[in-house]
Write a protein that binds this ligand. Structure first.
Ligand SMILES: [Fe+2]
Ligand SMILES: [Fe+2]
Length: 167
């Protein structure tokens, strides 16, 4: 990976686009079987993305001018985890799958927009290139660790009570 790809902000933005693409493919899938497989993949990607933000990125960019955005983001993560936890046991043929999936997709897109329009510009002022590079590498390492542990999406069922703390 080159410097740009490991810049924490660039890395998160490119994951946003990849996840949005996967959610669209899931929405457009022409069979329940395909939809189930694509949804499982999207759930894993969303979970490891959120985890690396909550455990590495958000704590590293916590400052007076980012705190309100970070707290709002953590509440949005909680809402996404709850929707994901509701959806995991459902089969795409079940009546509730489509409406819940639609809300998950819309909320994910909204959340990405909020991070990119409010949080990330503030982070670019807070951290220089080398700092963002180090942070990006830490997030990539954590995501890889989580991805090798089977099905990362299953972890969200234990995280639906309250938003993750901002530490
Ligand atoms: Fe996020
Ligand atoms: Fe994000």
């Amino acid at each position: 990976m080159n410097e740009k790809e490991t810049d924490a902000v660039q890395f998160l933005i490119s994951q946003h686009r990849a996840l949005e693409h996967l959610l669209k493919q899931t929405a457009d899938a022409d069979s329940d079987e395909k939809k189930k497989a694509l949804f499982a993949e999207a759930g894993d990607q969303l979970t490891v993305h959120i985890k690396s933000e909550e455990e590495i990125f958000y704590p590293a960019v916590k400052a007076a001018r980012t705190e309100d955005d970070l707290l709002e983001s953590l509440e949005e993560h909680l809402s996404l985890k709850r929707l994901l936890a509701d959806l995991l046991p459902l089969d795409p043929s079940e009546k509730l799958f489509e409406p819940k999936f639609k809300v998950l997709k819309e909320q994910t897109e909204h959340h990405h927009k909020e991070e990119e329009e409010h949080l990330f510009p503030a982070v670019l002022k807070l951290l220089d290139g080398p700092q963002r590079h180090t942070l990006g590498q830490e997030m990539i390492a954590l995501q890889m660790r989580l991805a090798t542990r089977g099905e990362p999406r299953e972890a969200v069922v234990n995280e639906t009570a309250a938003a993750a703390p901002l530490e």
